[in-house]
Design a protein around this ligand. Structure first.
Ligand code: PEP
Length: 252
């Protein structure tokens, strides 16, 4: 795993804001967030707001990310999001394999193809993995994580300077207000790191692991402490500029 001082805060706005609300929040963030050399703030608005929010962030330290892409650049794919267009409007990152997308039918194979296409378009993939509550109760967490990471990263090749961010997001914790214990997360980080290295030496030192699921200003430091990970993905608490900025301040 890359062991750098850089911290990632990925703000996943999901489909929770209207178009004007996205613009207003982007402008407020741009005004209030002064940037930090050691923290990368990546905001992922809904697809319809990418272009407008991208314009706002152009002269700011805030990076743009898409919440999803398709695995072809162009073609007869009604309703899909072109990775090439995501890049064109300013995206540098893309979330793939989010549990909410998997629930709607995204498969491990789709996730793998999306990673390939993201990298081809110079988008850094943020690959979400995580077990459901049932799988957690049945003590299948490790099996699920190993399988998801293995399938996602199959045959993935990275060019110099490229990397993959793997976000461990226990499905049952997302939006619950109760994050997972950081000791459990630390164990999962080791499993993910081991799995990624097993897949191929080509990936060693080219991936990072972050945590997602009910992160707030109080608990954020637990997931970074002792360098156990390099960042967090934040849903609900990224929808207000002041809350997000407190998280950004507390991640250092
Ligand atoms: C997410 O869905 O990616 C997420 C982290 O959500 P929340 O912070 O609301 O749990």
């Amino acid at each position: 795993m890359i062991n750098k001082n850089k911290r990632y805060v990925i703000a996943n706005w999901k489909m929770k804001l209207g178009h004007q609300q996205s613009i207003d929040l982007a402008k407020e963030l741009k005004k209030k967030y002064k940037g930090d050399e050691e923290v990368e703030l990546v905001v992922c608005p809904s697809a319809s707001a990418l272009s407008a929010v991208g314009e706002i962030f152009k002269s700011s330290p805030i990076k743009l990310g898409a919440q999803d892409i398709f695995y072809h650049d162009f073609g007869a794919y009604t309703g899909q999001i072109s990775p090439a267009v995501a890049r064109e409007v300013g995206c540098e990152y893309v979330i793939v394999g989010h549990s909410e997308a998997r629930k709607l039918g995204e498969t491990d194979e789709d996730v793998n193809r999306k990673i390939v296409t993201a990298l081809k378009n110079n988008l850094t993939p943020i690959v979400c993995v995580g077990e459901t509550f049932r799988e957690y109760e049945e003590k299948k967490t490790e099996l699920v994580i190993v399988a998801q990471v293995t399938k996602a990263l199959e045959d993935i090749k990275l060019n110099d300077g490229q990397k993959i961010i793997i976000a461990y997001e226990p499905v049952w914790v997302i939006g619950s207000g109760q994050a997972v214990d950081h000791n459990i997360f630390q164990h999962i980080v080791q499993i993910i790191a081991h799995t990624a290295v097993e897949i191929g030496a080509a990936l060693a030192n080219k991936f990072e692991v972050i945590y997602g699921g009910s992160v707030d200003e109080e608990n954020v430091s637990e997931f970074i402490m002792g360098n156990i990970s390099t960042g967090v993905i934040v849903g609900n608490n990224s929808l207000e500029a002041d809350k997000l900025i407190k998280i950004l301040n507390n991640i250092r």
